[in-house]
Design a protein around this ligand. Structure first.
Ligand code: DX5
Ligand code: ZN
Length: 235
């Protein structure tokens, strides 16, 4: 089985899942996270069609991009990425720290065209691999991506349990990156817990979407959780 280099030899990034933050005091919560050294802001955009949930929107992303220098990591769980992809790419282009726009490739007839449109509109394109999907199936898209997001839970809700076979999907994404001489980052999204983080990093994840089972762990103060997170990624 392939093992990635240990965390301390890599720059594994922390991307808090903003939908898990204190939405009633979001600015304060994100200010604290920025001070605590997180790297990206993971923004779950859901349209209540592709997934049975409705979360963050365009105005919030625009305001976050105007206030914070961190890259916006916009995860589009939407039925129409051809409409929303370029729009969120425009938000990324206007954001201080730029941003990624990640689509689920099954949601459009021609994902290669959608990814090109995202890049043309100023976003860094990515694909999200559903737990039921296989990254090899989308191997021809990988050269168009700056990010491959591996869903380790079914898309749509925080607080779910890791689907263990998705660690192999992370390994597959790392293998294909090496075989093809590509340099996209590999992100894992869902139940990034204290228990699961070591295996996720060992499988090859470069970016951890930190939600309710780590950074927003209700049993820890934010600074304690952030310190535990930095330790987990070898900083
Ligand atoms: C689920 C979202 C995840 C989720 C992570 O569709 O993409 O970002 O918020 O939350 P936890 O860590 O609770 O799984
Ligand atoms: Zn997500």
């Amino acid at each position: 089985m392939e093992h990635a280099k240990p965390a301390e030899d890599r720059n594994v990034l922390i991307a808090p899942s903003v939908m898990c933050a204190d939405l009633l005091d979001l600015g304060r919560d994100i200010d604290a996270l920025v001070d605590l050294g997180v790297d990206w802001l993971h923004l779950d955009i859901m349209d209540a069609h592709y997934v049975p949930n409705l979360t963050l929107g365009t105005d919030l992303c625009r305001q976050l991009g105007g206030r914070y220098a961190l890259p916006l990591d916009m995860h589009l769980m939407v039925d129409d990425p051809d409409q929303w992809g370029p729009l969120f790419a425009g938000i990324a282009a206007g954001a201080t720290g730029g941003g990624y726009v990640t689509i689920h490739p099954e949601t459009t007839w021609h994902p290669a065209r959608t990814l090109a449109a995202i890049r043309d509109a100023g976003g860094r394109p990515g694909i999200a691999i559903d737990p039921a999907a296989d990254v090899d199936r989308f191997r021809h898209l990988l050269a168009l991506c700056d990010l491959v997001l591996v869903m380790s839970v079914n898309p749509g809700y925080a607080g779910q349990r890791l689907l263990p076979w998705t660690l192999d999907t992370v390994r597959d994404a790392a293998r294909l990156r090496g075989d093809r001489g590509l340099d996209y980052r590999i992100e894992i999204d869902g139940n990034v817990s204290w228990q699961n983080i070591p295996a996720m990093i060992d499988a090859g994840a470069d970016v951890l979407v930190a939600g309710t089972s780590s950074l927003f762990d209700p049993t820890l103060a934010r600074d304690q959780a952030a310190a535990k997170m930095r330790l987990a990624v070898g900083r």
